[in-house]
Ligand binder design. Structure first.
Ligand code: HEC
Ligand code: HEC
Ligand code: HEC
Ligand code: HEC
Ligand code: HEC
Ligand code: HEC
Ligand code: HEC
Ligand code: HEC
Length: 287
């Protein structure tokens, strides 16, 4: 049986082979194209995941647990009135632009903490007024207890103040007295010093804050007798020289020919006179 010379194909076989070759080539090309297509799609998916993952992570409060420097803030937030409000609600301003800025910042922050360790703490900036106003209005005039006048519109809208200027202890820290409320030091220290703004107690405190004793018609005459029974300094130390400034003024009792006729009052009051007159040196000038 003569072996066929396979190295020299007939023209017909040639055509078939070329066709087959073309088909094979087409097949690999199509395969390659499909491969490239899927490659591009998968790559795009991976890139999207790599971009979305940081943003989604950083919208979860739990994410910030990995930052040791934020532990204290997290612990306080978790027991605050806003514990059900996520970090982003306060720390990302409303609007698409603000969200995109947040997203753009969170990507490098996320990967750098993976690579270098969670040391960056300046991921979130102090909340702006706009963020608080997602949920709160500025109509508030008095504190919930009714003891303080605090016209929010006058401060926030007219004076253009940020909420956190006063509410800095809101979620992440107690104030010096252990509350999350604004402190009086903040008011009298920054603006209500008597120059920039009024420091009169009654401009901020309603009558509710004043003790009942003060409501008595003869309070001015009898307050001295109470000085030992209540701690006056609790309230009056806020204004240094509060008592002293008044005691330099001539009291109503010193009327008429007081210089000579003080005897009856002096006998009744005894040491009371010395509150204003310092030591007995004053009396001894004449006696
Ligand atoms: C109800 C609003 C609110 C929520 C919710 C909130 N914060 Fe804050 N955050 C504040 C306020 C107000 C300040 C500014 C006062 C301060 O530094 O404590 C602040 C400050 C910060 C700062 C310092 C920013 C700077 O520039 O100094 C960080 C960091 C921070 N918060 C992280 C978080 C994290 C993490 C969460 C979520 C677990 C969170 N916050 C939830 C209100 C909020
Ligand atoms: C996503 C909504 C939301 C945002 C944003 C928000 N709050 Fe609140 N806030 C609440 C809710 C709800 C309460 C009532 C919580 C309660 O009493 O249980 C509250 C309560 C308060 C209280 C009274 C309770 C307290 O702790 O003294 C103050 C003050 C307050 N918010 C201020 C702010 C400030 C300032 C900001 C901005 C830094 C802010 N809030 C951001 C929803 C929000
Ligand atoms: C000038 C200082 C100041 C500014 C600015 C300010 N607040 Fe207040 N706010 C106070 C004081 C003081 C109280 C009364 C706190 C108390 O003793 O209960 C208060 C009370 C509140 C309360 C009620 C608290 C409660 O216990 O229910 C809310 C809510 C509140 N503020 C939200 C805001 C928001 C939101 C902003 C910004 C838009 C803001 N505040 C700006 C000083 C301020
Ligand atoms: C500019 C406003 C403002 C003025 C003026 C002001 N206070 Fe206050 N005062 C406050 C605020 C705000 C608080 C904190 C409220 C809170 O803790 O609920 C406060 C708190 C207090 C407290 C309670 C402090 C504590 O230990 O909890 C006393 C007492 C007090 N004030 C007395 C006075 C007296 C007395 C004067 C006048 C010399 C005065 N205040 C003037 C705003 C003011
Ligand atoms: C509004 C002005 C005024 C202020 C503020 C004031 N005092 Fe007086 N104080 C007087 C007058 C007036 C008398 C004299 C009363 C009289 O003789 O009728 C007096 C008398 C006294 C006396 C002597 C009482 C007596 O037996 O005659 C004492 C003690 C006293 N004050 C303590 C205080 C203390 C403590 C404070 C601060 C917490 C204070 N006063 C703030 C006006 C004031
Ligand atoms: C809880 C806070 C508080 C305590 C405690 C307190 N005061 Fe006052 N006192 C005030 C406030 C607020 C005012 C100003 C508002 C007013 O005139 O009612 C005031 C005003 C006064 C005045 C001026 C009254 C006037 O008519 O001008 C005198 C005097 C005074 N206090 C004396 C005292 C003496 C003395 C004590 C201690 C026995 C005392 N206070 C304790 C809050 C307090
Ligand atoms: C609230 C403070 C206050 C009290 C309390 C007070 N004084 Fe005076 N007293 C004054 C002042 C202020 C003057 C005027 C000082 C001056 O002008 O230099 C004065 C002046 C005097 C003078 C000098 C005479 C005059 O008319 O200027 C006599 C005397 C005097 N007081 C006696 C007394 C006696 C006695 C008592 C007790 C019953 C008393 N004072 C309680 C504040 C007080
Ligand atoms: C400006 C001089 C002067 C000063 C200062 C003065 N007194 Fe007098 N005091 C007199 C005169 C004058 C009489 C009246 C004497 C008379 O009527 O015999 C008098 C009478 C009295 C009497 C009655 C005398 C008696 O023995 O019955 C008493 C008590 C008295 N003064 C207390 C005081 C006290 C307390 C002070 C200090 C707070 C004081 N005086 C400061 C001038 C003064």
């Amino acid at each position: 049986m003569a072996e066929r010379d396979t190295s020299t194909p007939t023209p017909a076989e040639d055509a078939v082979e070329i066709a087959q070759g073309d088909e094979a080539e087409g097949l690999t090309q199509r395969r390659r194209r499909r491969f490239i297509k899927w490659g591009v799609i998968s790559l795009a998916v991976v890139v999207v995941i790599l971009l979305v993952l940081p943003v989604v992570s950083m919208l979860q409060p739990g994410y910030y647990r990995r930052y040791p420097a934020l532990r204290d803030r997290m612990d306080h937030w978790a027991v605050s009135t806003h514990s059900r409000i996520s970090c982003a609600e306060c720390h990302v301003n409303p609007g698409a632009g603000a969200f995109l800025t947040f997203a753009a910042k969170s990507i490098p922050a996320f990967y750098s903490q993976l690579v270098k360790g969670p040391s960056t703490t300046n991921l979130l900036r102090a909340p702006t007024r706009a963020a608080c106003q997602k949920c709160h209005t500025t109509y508030r005039q008095v504190s919930p207890a009714g003891d303080l006048l605090i016209p929010h519109r006058a401060h926030v809208v007219v004076l253009d103040m940020q909420c956190v200027t006063c509410h800095k202890n809101l979620v992440h820290s107690p104030n010096r007295r252990g509350f999350n409320r604004p402190e009086m030091e903040g008011c009298v220290g920054q603006c209500h010093n008597g120059d920039t703004a009024s420091d009169q107690c009654t401009d901020c405190h309603t009558r509710k804050q004043t003790p009942d004793t003060h409501e008595r018609a003869d309070w001015l005459a009898i307050h001295g007798t109470m000085a030992d029974t209540i701690d006056c300094s609790e309230c009056h130390d806020w204004t240094p020289e509060y008592c002293a400034a008044c005691h330099e003024k001539r009291p109503a009792s010193h009327a008429g020919n007081w210089k000579k006729d003080h005897a009856p009052v002096a006998k009744k009051r005894g040491d009371g006179c010395l509150v204003c007159h310092g030591g007995e040196k004053f009396c001894k000038e004449c006696h």
